[in-house]
Structure formats: structure tokens, C-alpha cells
Design a protein around this ligand. Sequence first.
Ligand code: GRF
Length: 210
Amino acid sequence: MFLKKTRIAVLVSGRGSNMSAIQNAIEKGELDAEISLVLSDNRDAKALDYCKEKGIQAKYIQPGLFKTKLEGDAELEYIEAIQKINPDIVVLAGFMRVVKPRFILAFSGKIINIHPSLLPKYPGLHTHRRALEERDKETGCTVHFVNEVVDGGKRIIQARVPIMPGDTEQDLAVKVLRLEHEILPKVIGMISRGEISERTCPSEPIQYTS
Ligand code: GRF
């Protein structure tokens, strides 16, 4: 029986390293899926150049008037563009805007986000700076399902890294990003194989060690 490939829509805002980590896993045969669409709220996102090179369908959609969220007609354009490819999973990968309930409803249970902290600690921005300010001994990243609470959805998997004396924000960003690139494709694989869904997601995230 022909099993259709898992179709992924990815929303990006910048470099798109998490998006390319997904594409790398696909090309290495580690992930039986395809990135069917990439949308960016930033016309200059490096991620769009990468998609052009790879022949991945990608486009910039004007995000609307607000800096921090998709609002009004813009959000509708994003929803319609994504619905056209009928995705199995919608991945927010370095997407710097909050998605509103209408977007969440349109793809309910299918949206995941990669966040650079050990949620529920440090939802929102500047996570590495906050971990340093709190003199935490460790930090990391989390993949979670997206609901209407910013960075508050069910946590699927986490990866940890020690904070060493002298580590700067940049040092942490580099160490954590490497782990992000491991756990995001892993989660997509688990979802595409039906091993986890928003409904069946346990209350505690899987603790990943590379
Ligand atoms: C990364 O720091 C990640 O933690 C956060 O967005 C940033 C950019 O990600 N989710 P990417 O390189 O654009 O995937």
C-alpha cells in the first residue's frame, strides 16, 4: 500500500538552520518526509535562499502591521497558503511571531515549535541571557506542541547542556542550536510514525541525550 510521505510546512524568519536540519535528515534518509512549503515573514531570510538552491517551494508573505504577531489578513494568507499543501505537520522553526488562535485552530494538533530553553523555564525571548542571569547550571531546548499560550503547549522532548563558567550568551546559543538540530527532526519522525500526537503526549517531555 502506498504510504504518502509526511508533508511538512515550515515557518521561518531568518537563517533557517532548523529547517535545513530537517532537510538534511530527509536527504540522509533518516526522515521519511518532505518539506512541502516554507513561509517566511522576512523577505531577506537566508532560509529563502537555501530553499531556492534546494528547489523547496518557499515564499515570503507580508506579515502585516505588527512586529510580534501575524495579524488579520496576513494571517489568513499564511493559513490559506499552508492549507493548499495539506500538511501533516506545521513546524515553527525560528519563526519570530506569535500565531493567533485562528491559525492554531486551522492546524490544531499539528503545530510544533522549537524553543531554546528548558520549558517551562524562560518562555519568550532572550532565553540564554536569562539562564546566565539566573546563574543556572544548565540550559537546553524544547520541542512542544503549539497552543494559544506562548511557548506553553505540551512539551514533547528536551535536550540539556551544562552552562560552564565563562559561557557567554553566544556560547550557549551555539551549544543549544546543535541540540535543536537533533531533536526537531527526531520529533517529526515520531509524529510521522504515529508514535506521539498532541492527544497522546505524556505530561513530562522525553529527556534526550545525543
Ligand atoms: C534559534 O536560536 C532557535 O533557538 C529559535 O530560533 C533561532 C533561529 O533558528 N527557535 P533558525 O536557525 O532560524 O532555525
